[in-house]
Ligand binder design. Structure first.
Ligand SMILES: [Zn+2]
Length: 596
């Protein structure tokens, strides 16, 4: 039977069966149910909130219908026949290269300059690459060659076709043309002010900032940017003014990616809009400011913490994204080993005392604290937090934000907090002697206190407390235990492969014996070629038992504490990292960069 020349549901289903992705039985089943499923999807698309207009986007594609059955791939249990799998198979059947579109690799100009938006939407095509005068265009229908020929002759372009899923193409069309439209419109407006002469002068005369930040185009450009960041699971958004342009970058799984370069005249209005949303003082541009934005994205509340800092070419904005799925996790899915988790849970069950979580910035301390507090929260327990600033607003907790500017410091809050009858107190960070003393006082008067300290490991945390002037007998009386933690990137499961450590590498980690098999990600579409996906915590847990307590004195050294803790069974961060590498969770490179 020849390959089909038209993309219908029946043709597609038969093709999948011929390529071994569907069994005979599955084929008969989907052929029987195809029509009904298509009309169900169609009415779903057209119900309620859908904003689809009269374009190709409103039709249900055969691949979407087939994927919506959520069938298991024949002979491949646990793997679903997704739109991507179907598109990939369709591509090889029709001789077109299959491309999973990575929005981070696309250039706004390439996407939006060559194909007008209505044409792209109507025909579900998108330009994804331009190289030596050849435009690579992703299409959803491999048989509709005419449309590309038409485009090539009308716009005098040389075009290469590749096949991508309808969902991918639509997503790009919406995000990129939407952002582009907002930027172009806002730019056009900004340039009318440039025509008036000196832009800066104009700002001064008109108090122009407020007008610009509320401009509808600026408003929607910022909306697009935020939604794009949430969609990509970015943890931070950076908006950085340069001499001629402004650079927008996202941090994803700990790594920074360049996202957009926008015209310089738009930097200030965009920053104004963000400052407005986070209730900052718009007129203040010379001093750093902090603010927050609460918003929702796919039915989740997302909290954004915004900070601005003046740099050479304007105000730089950094937005931290607090995704509740990341900030609040089950303690047993965070990466603890069983021994460490059992110890840590035993600390949390104690009625009073201090638990300290330590590690550098970005090591996941806040996630540990918030997740712990949530595991402890119940209607009978009063949890009070003192934070600088409040990381994420949680209804179950009574949160107090430190405001140094108006004299609300950790110290003053903590002195008054005990009158609020708390059971559990979380102190954002112990930075000074006063805060340390307050924490000790609260623990001595029957409260469970959780806090963080900026130290590298558990043993040096004790030294740091002594340095802060906490008397040794009070440390012994109140400290329950210490958790030192780090985050490592997890290997992408889709492109994981084994390799053997070289002699130099195993020597570097001081591994005994000869050869070790470890895993690494080759880089694939799933992980944007990075080889990593998501992160895992590493937790070193020190139990302050009687033997360790007896040791703490004004003259005790780090080496003594470490040696005693090892004797009591402490597993170091380094050992935990190496275990995670040998188990295939993370790579040699991650272990080296974490422990180095
Ligand atoms: Zn991968």
């Amino acid at each position: 039977m020849p390959e089909p020349k038209k993309l219908t549901f029946n043709n597609l289903a038969h093709l999948m069966e011929r390529r071994g992705l569907l069994s005979r039985d599955q084929l008969h089943d989907v052929l029987a149910r195809g029509k009904a499923q298509e009309s169900r999807l169609f009415s779903h698309y057209h119900s309620g909130t859908s904003r689809r207009t009269s374009t190709g986007a409103e039709h249900v594609s055969p691949a979407e219908v087939l994927a919506s059955f959520n069938l298991e791939i024949h002979g491949s249990p646990g793997h679903l026949l997704t739109e991507d799998v179907i598109t990939d198979a369709l591509a090889s059947a029709t001789g077109l290269p299959y491309v999973k579109i990575d929005p981070l690799k696309l250039d706004l100009h390439v996407v939006t300059d060559h194909i007008p938006r209505p044409f792209a939407l109507k025909n579900l095509i998108v330009a994804i690459e331009e190289s030596h005068g050849v435009i690579t265009v992703a299409v959803a229908d491999p048989f509709n060659e005419a449309i590309v020929t038409e485009l090539a002759s009308a716009r005098r372009l040389e075009i290469r076709r590749v096949l991508s899923s309808k969902s991918d193409i639509l997503k790009i069309l919406r995000e990129f043309y939407g952002f582009r439209a907002s930027v172009v419109a806002a730019e056009a407006e900004a340039s009318t002010t440039i025509d008036l002469g000196n832009l800066e002068q104009f700002f001064k005369l008109k108090g122009h900032q407020e007008v610009e930040g509320t401009d509808t185009h600026v408003v929607s450009a910022v909306d697009f940017l935020l939604n794009y960041a949430f969609d990509q699971h970015a943890s931070d958004i950076h908006i950085e003014p340069k001499r001629e342009t402004s650079l927008i970058r996202f941090r994803i799984d700990g790594v920074i990616h360049n996202i957009h370069v926008i015209p310089k005249p738009l930097h200030a209005p965009i920053v104004s809009r963000i400052k407005m949303l986070s209730r900052m003082d718009l007129a203040e541009k010379r001093r750093p400011q902090d603010g927050r934005i609460k918003t929702t994205f796919s039915n989740k509340d997302i909290e954004l913490r915004v900070s601005t800092v003046p740099v050479a070419f304007g105000e730089k904005v950094v937005i931290r994204v607090f995704d509740p799925d990341i900030l609040l996790q089950d303690l047993d899915s965070m990466g603890f080993y069983p021994r460490e988790l059992a110890l840590y849970n035993s600390f949390l069950r104690r009625p009073n005392g201090i638990i300290l979580v330590t590690g550098p910035t970005g090591s996941g301390k806040t996630t540990t604290l918030y997740s712990s507090l949530r595991s402890l929260s119940s209607p009978e327990v009063n949890i009070v937090t003192v934070e600088d600033p409040i990381e994420m607003v949680m209804e179950e907790f009574n949160q107090i934000g430190v405001q140094q500017g108006i004299g609300v410091s950790f110290d003053t809050v903590l002195r008054n907090i005990l009158r609020q009858d708390p059971d559990i107190i979380m102190i954002g960070e112990i930075r000074d002697r006063e805060t340390a003393e307050n924490a000790v006082q609260a623990a001595l008067t029957g409260h469970l206190v959780l806090s963080t300290l900026h130290t590298n490991d558990s043993a040096s945390t004790i030294i740091r407390l002594l340095d802060l002037g906490v008397p040794p007998f009070l440390i012994s009386a109140t400290l329950l235990g210490i958790v030192a933690q780090r985050l490592v990137r997890k290997i992408c499961p889709a492109c994981k492969k084994i390799r053997i450590l070289s002699q130099d590498e195993s020597d570097y980690l001081q591994l005994p014996g000869k050869s070790y098999a470890v895993w690494e990600g080759e880089g694939c579409k799933e992980c944007r070629g990075t080889g990593y996906k998501g992160r895992s915590g590493l937790f070193e847990v020190m139990d302050m038992n009687d033997r360790l307590k007896a040791l703490v004195s004004g003259s005790v050294g780090l080496a003594t504490i470490v040696a005693a803790a090892r004797k009591e069974g402490l597993v170091s961060l380094r050992e935990i990292a190496i275990n995670k590498m040998l188990e295939g969770v993370t790579t040699y490179e991650e272990v080296v960069s974490m422990t180095g």
